[in-house]
Ligand binder design. Structure first.
Ligand code: ADP
Ligand code: ZN
Ligand code: ZN
Length: 802
């Protein structure tokens, strides 16, 4: 087996296949599937993943591997399979899917070092290499003749470690530790033999006789008020040993959490958990849809399923949306399972993420809680995969590979023969349809664990407010309730149902709207800098004083950005203490948590924000939730807009009155009769589902039809249209005659960064091998893609249509 089949890091669809390389003698024991290597490719050297070893090749004159980057595989055999499957499903390259499964640190070629961890004697060659040093640059090892297996053995034994240097910051941290080097009775004898003068030395030995465990040197010195030289004296006598122990940077350190015990399940919970636990016990794959209203105890079910999995010696992945991965959320898992939990969060630094990933890889934890990409956690004995808030769109990755975490989870669930649990108060229509057909198993929780009813929702018709002469963005009803809350010292959550803060600039005389010169989208007004900025490219300009079209001076900014709402709110109720949470105030790392903490500790009365405040927050003192503009999302050109509106209204309503105090919700809207607003105010998921399914059927949308979106972009508009046309033509001759092809049409944003964007939407019911067909057609344009700066992207099951 001296041939390696390698997927190389060259971004071209023509080479999305393995290449054979000879494995030089010195790498033989180390090269295995899932290990990264450096190989010659044409005139270059490139990185690649070994996917297989073989004893023969159909090619002659094979080149040899240049180097091996990992001593242990970074991808398991199962993940290699998942990568191959994912590349097919998402029409991406295998190298892209493999890279997507790894932490950032492993994607780039960072500098490496070999670090000595203990004083134990290494093999002769390694001692020679270290030559008395503690750290050796990895290049020195490459230049030597030492076999890789020696290095690997020493790593396994814990004597040395290979470190990545991330931007001059070492990825791992170490503590200097001291431990006994002899059995305890020998320490005891030695203590007796010590002269009376060596009082400090004696103390140290007694310390270890009592504690028996390794201890951090700094701590030891401080406790016994002694110095390095005393410890060194004992070390020279062979009684103590000094070594380095890796510590993981843990931003959610366990120490902060109090241990929680499993709760006695309610009747509903017990019924729902039973079939899930059965599949765990029987090592069976099945997909469960846990449809439970907010506060119905879904998380407790997750925790107890995981408990079962841990006791079986297996592992669990829990996915939560990025935005809900708050310390509050992490606490619930760490509180139950302590240091057995790794957390994968995009706010972690590259080094921190790598630490968490390694804890998983080394089987030091059995549970990972993380955002989308945690679905690739390199566990080998998965017992369950849980996706909380399964309807969230952040589970879909928007760059290559354009995967949905739910699909990957189900694929891995099949590989490991373990259940996948999808939880939500407002399941995605597609999921609920699958559950209704029996493809998924439906479990329902329709009672809150504290038996409190969901807070009543009042819908306020804003048109009537206007007629009554109220021109502010706060209805009289909302104002009254806010004031009542403030008097009682209770807190309020105000949701501005909009993405970000869209304040555009319009001329009141002629209606001219200022747009980005490079993207067909209105510029956004930023009050702070008094400038107009584009959200899709870096363009910005001064706020004009005159309309560029008609010269009128009545050019003003419009829309209700969170900043403006805050201003208006303070004008209306000056005594309110407001925390504003939007993309602006949460851009800095950690600011999201900081603001939430301020609110939780009652340093403010009102939390005002965009959708990011709707999710997963649980504040006991919040009794009023106000939605300022419930229908602002209804009119987006997106067939999911009703569903999204229903989801967000249901979610934000669930924030009120979760604990002792009773809550209330006020929803302001200009379309009070719209079914998604009406049904959300009654918490009636079933009726919403039925109504929305009719719409989807009528307009040929999921779950009745599958979608695929092809987007072609080019700086020349004619070229973009023409290419899309050619694509559609080629496609139409190979698809089923009931498949609908819509296009070429301009994308909802027809131009971004001066590139014109045209698209074709495919709606289909049964289209076997569509991926293969699309890949083949795209390949026909590969010359133009390479030479003429043409871009073609294909999104199977698109979720963002903008
Ligand atoms: P969900 O995830 O469905 O919103 P949670 O799991 O957060 O619901 O549960 C809501 C509240 O009820 C939490 O405070 C939780 O500790 C509590 N809870 C959950 N299950 C039980 C139970 N069986 N008995 C008592 N309290 C429970
Ligand atoms: Zn004008
Ligand atoms: Zn722009």
């Amino acid at each position: 087996m001296n041939i390696a089949k390698v997927i190389v890091d060259v971004p071209a669809s023509s080479i999305d296949q393995t290449f054979d390389y000879l494995i030089p003698e010195k790498f033989l024991d180390i090269v295995a599937p899932g290990v990264r290597v450096i190989v010659p490719f044409g005139p270059r050297k490139v990185m690649g993943f070994v996917v297989e070893k073989a004893s023969s090749s159909e090619f002659s004159k094979l080149k040899s591997l240049n180097d091996v980057l990992d001593l242990e595989p970074v991808l398991t055999k199962e993940l290699l399979r998942v990568g191959k499957w994912l590349a097919y499903e998402t029409i991406s390259l295998q190298i892209t899917t493999f890279q997507a499964m790894l932490p950032q640190v492993l994607k780039a070629t960072y500098k490496k070092e070999i670090v000595r961890l203990s004083e134990a004697r290494l093999s002769e060659e390694l001692e020679f290499l270290f030559a008395g040093r503690d750290v050796v640059p990895y290049e020195e090892f490459i230049a030597s003749d030492i076999r890789y297996i020696r290095l690997s053995e020493a790593v396994q034994a814990g004597d040395i470690a290979i470190e990545y240097l991330v931007k001059s910051r070492i990825t791992k941290k170490f503590l200097t530790m001291v431990r006994p080097a002899k059995p305890l009775h020998e320490l005891e004898e030695a203590a007796l033999d010590l002269s009376k003068l060596a009082k400090k030395q004696k103390q140290i030995l007694h310390f270890f006789l009592q504690n028996r465990k390794p201890v951090e040197k700094r701590y030891l010195l401080k406790q016994l008020r002694t110095t390095d030289s005393t410890v060194n004296a004992l070390r020279k006598k062979g009684l103590l040993e000094i070594f380095q122990q890796e510590i993981y940077r843990d931003p959610y350190a366990v120490g902060d959490f109090t241990k929680t015990e499993p709760l006695l399940l309610t009747e509903q919970q017990a019924e729902a958990i039973k079939p899930i636990k059965e599949t765990v016990t029987n090592r069976q794959h099945d997909v469960f849809l846990l449809h439970g209203i907010t506060g119905s105890g879904k998380t407790e079910i997750y925790l107890q399923v995981i408990q079962e999995v841990i006791e079986k010696g297996e592992e669990a992945i829990v996915l939560v949306p990025e935005i809900s991965l708050t310390p509050q959320m992490v606490k619930r898992f760490k509180g139950r399972f302590g240091s057995n939990v790794a957390v994968m969060h995009s706010a972690l630094s590259a080094g921190e993420k790598y630490d968490e990933w390694r804890r998983i890889q080394r089987k030091e934890v059995q549970v990972v809680v993380g955002a989308r990409s945690a679905v690739f956690a390199p566990f080998e004995n998965l017992g369950v995969i849980i996706i909380d808030e399964e309807h969230e769109l952040t589970y879909k990755q928007e760059d290559q590979p354009r995967y949905h975490a739910r699909d990957v989870a189900i694929q891995r669930g099949m590989n490991h023969q373990c259940p996948v649990v999808l939880g939500s108060a407002t399941p995605m229509l597609e999921s609920y349809a699958r559950a209704s057909k029996g493809v998924y198993q439906l479990e329902t929780l329709d009672k809150r664990t504290n038996d409190k009813p969901l807070p009543p929702v009042e819908i306020v018709d804003m048109r009537k407010e206007l007629h009554a002469g109220n021109r502010t963005m706060f209805s009289r009803s909302l104002k009254k309730e806010i004031e009542a809350c403030l008097q009682k010292g209770e807190q309020i959550v105000l949701l501005l149902n909009r993405r970000g803060y869209s304040t555009f600039v319009m001329c009141r005389d002629c209606g001219h709207v200022k747009e980005c010169p490079y993207c067909d989208i209105a510029l956004t007004y930023h009050k702070h800098s008094h400038r107009l900025k584009c959200h899709y490219c870096a363009y910005e300009e001064q706020m004009p004083t005159q309309c560029p079209d008609c010269g009128s001076e009545t050019i003003r900014y419009f829309g209700t950005g969170t900043q403006r709402v805050e201003e208006a709110l303070l004008k209306l109720i000056p005594e309110a203490r407001v925390i504003r949470m939007d993309v602006d105030t949460t851009r800095r790392k950690g600011s999201h948590e900081k603001l939430l903490h301020q609110f939780a500790t009652k340093q403010a009365d009102i939390l005002l924000g965009t959708q990011m405040i709707a999710k997963g927050l649980d504040f006991e003192n919040v009794t009023l939730v106000g939605v300022l503009t419930a229908d602002s999302m209804l009119h987006l050109p997106d067939f999911r807009s009703s569903e999204k509106t229903f989801q967000i209204l249901t979610q934000v309503s669930g924030r009120a009155g979760r604990h002792e105090l009773n809550g209330k919700v006020i929803v302001q809207t200009y379309t009070p009769d719209h079914y998604s607003i009406q049904l959300a105010s009654q918490y009636d998921y079933q009726s919403f589902y039925k109504k929305e399914m009719v719409m989807r059927k009528t307009f040929h949308y999921p779950p009745y039809f599958f979608l695929a979106l092809i987007t072609v972009t080019h700086t020349n508009q004619v070229k973009a249209v023409h290419t899309t046309q050619q694509f559609v033509q080629k496609l139409s001759s190979v698809v089923h005659n009931q498949t609908i092809l819509l296009g070429p049409t301009p994308s909802p944003i027809p131009r971004i960064k001066n590139r014109y964007r045209y698209q074709c939407m495919i709606k289909y019911r049964n289209e076997p091998h569509l991926q293969t067909k699309l890949r083949k057609i795209a390949a026909l344009f590969s010359e133009e893609i390479k030479k003429e700066d043409l871009l073609i992207s294909i999104d199977m099951q698109p979720y963002h249509l903008m």
